[in-house]
Design a protein around this ligand. Structure first.
Ligand code: NAD
Length: 454
């Protein structure tokens, strides 16, 4: 736990270091990104252990959803960084004859990034990749709920980086509050909508720009012409990865009444295939992060009609992959983001009705539509607002570094990944280089010709 004095000194030292201009150079940024990758490689064994201890995360999920993502993101950034850093040429109207116009990418300065517990390594390190690439310094606050990973991240970063460049401050919300009292040049927050609002309130005191990566109830719509078997397979994977503790997991299903029983049957088949007949005894099945979250989720098991799962192990904090049928919007499970391995099912007969209903709710972080007809796909895409998503798949969009990842409305603001991370952590500075060889007269008072300039 850091004292307020240590936090004040840390931010001051980082600002001094940033002002030294060292981070502006391509070679410096490239070197630091390589150090970050080497750090993760060197600590792989400890990372697996920490994630296992915090969430019972299997070697497979640690590789695919935490380390694998970070390695690809660092490699992608290293490959393109030089080009991203180059000033971008911009066009100009005829009134600007003789000028050359550019967009320079300028680092903001000292960044604060606050991470959640559900992918405690991935979501702590991914924003750092963008912050370093764009030439900033950064203070990172990991989640206190996943203490093994938080301590390990602190240790790794301390071993690898000068704290005036990158540093970790550990602790709970009291520490976050102290951090938020400081003047940062950018705040990147990943977490709940409720805390996102607190962060933005603090940021407004200094007009600090923010990116808010938040959550919400992300629906999956399974239409009557969907490929049922594939839909079931991709839904089971998307929902029960990390035991449903994924910001973009399908929170609930809208299923066309004509295919409901076939879909439920296929979902059952894939749950057994991926997690065995007894998921609670499967060593690789992720647990709920802590007792509070377990106790929050448990009452949902008696909502609607239980059709798959429903079992739990209080000692291990595990809940079976569960499907609930006959759910209505009045049920407790439909009031907030579930963030656990419980998938409620709402039936529909008219897609238009689903679209109208979604338009009346908060904009979700993700939406998934399963169906073959392009017209229906377009209907959903054009009429429902949401952060991002897939047609005939779940989660996969977030692993494409060419796509921006972020929410809208209650699910957040701003985006990152790949070039979008670099852009997020860079101010776009517009520069006009004027000629001194001639001077067009029309903008000056007294000129016979006049143009609208501003
Ligand atoms: P959270 O908002 O409770 O906590 C996130 C961070 O904020 C933690 O580091 C925590 O210490 C800090 N914090 C908590 N309360 C605070 C307060 N009152 N003041 C200041 N700081 C505070 O979120 P969580 O439970 O860790 O994560 C789950 C949420 O995050 C879900 O809603 C999920 O959808 C969302 N999420 C979003 C994304 C995304 O990329 N959009 C990714 C993962 C998780």
């Amino acid at each position: 736990m850091s004292t307020i004095e240590q936090i004040v000194n840390l931010v001051r030292n980082q600002r001094e270091f940033f002002n030294s201009g060292k981070t502006l150079h391509y070679s410096y940024r490239k070197h630091q990104l390589k150090l970050l990758k080497n750090m993760l490689k060197a600590y792989e064994k400890e990372i697996h252990q920490a994630l296992y201890s915090d969430l019972n995360k299997s070697a497979y999920e640690t590789h695919t959803t935490e380390l694998g993502f970070l390695y690809s993101e660092i490699d992608f950034t290293l490959k393109h960084l030089k080009k991203w850093m180059d000033p971008e040429k911009a066009d100009a109207p005829i009134t600007h004859k003789g000028t050359r116009n550019y967009i320079y990418k300028e680092p903001y300065g000292v960044i604060l990034t606050i991470a959640p517990w559900n992918y405690p390594l991935h979501l702590a390190i991914a924003p750092l990749i963008g912050a370093i690439a764009a030439g900033n310094t950064a203070v990172l606050k990991p989640s206190e709920f996943t203490q093994s990973t938080s301590s390990l991240v602190a240790e790794m970063i301390k071993e690898t980086f000068d704290p005036s460049f990158i540093a970790v401050v550990e602790g709970a919300k009291e520490v976050t509050k102290q951090l938020l009292e400081q003047r940062f040049d950018y705040i990147f927050f990943t977490g709940s909508t409720a805390v996102g609002k607190i962060v933005m309130q603090h940021a407004s005191k200094n007009l600090t720009p923010v990116t808010l990566e938040l959550g919400g109830k992300s629906p999956a719509i399974i239409d009557k012409d969907a490929n049922i078997d594939l839909a079931a397979k991709r839904l089971v994977w998307g929902k029960f990865t990390n035991a449903g503790q994924t910001c973009v997991a399908p929170d609930y299903l809208y299923v066309h009444s004509k295919i409901k029983s076939k879909l439920v049957k296929a979902i059952k088949k894939y749950i057994t295939e991926m997690y065995s007949k007894w998921p609670l005894e499967n060593d690789d099945y992720i647990r709920i992060v802590n007792k509070n979250h377990f106790n929050r989720l448990r009452p949902f098991l008696s909502n609607g009609k239980l059709v798959i799962g429903g079992g739990f192990n209080e000692e291990d904090l595990k809940i079976e992959p569960t499907i609930l049928d006959e759910i209505t919007w009045n049920d407790p499970v439909m009031q907030d983001e579930i963030f656990g391995p419980i998938l409620p099912l709402v039936t529909f007969t008219d897609l238009q009705h689903v679209i109208t209903e979604l338009k009346g709710r908060e904009k979700p972080l993700a939406l998934y539509y399963f169906g073959e007809k392009e017209k229906s796909q377009q209907n959903v895409l054009e009429n429902v607002a949401f952060g991002g998503g897939c047609i005939n798949d779940t989660l996969y969009h977030l692993a494409n570094p060419h796509l921006p990842f972020g929410g809208v409305g209650n699910s957040g603001m701003g985006a990152y990944h790949g070039k979008y991370s670099f852009n997020t952590f860079s101010h776009q500075k517009s520069i006009l280089r004027q000629t001194t060889k001639f001077d067009l007269p029309f903008r000056y008072p007294g000129s016979k010709l006049s143009f609208a300039i501003v």
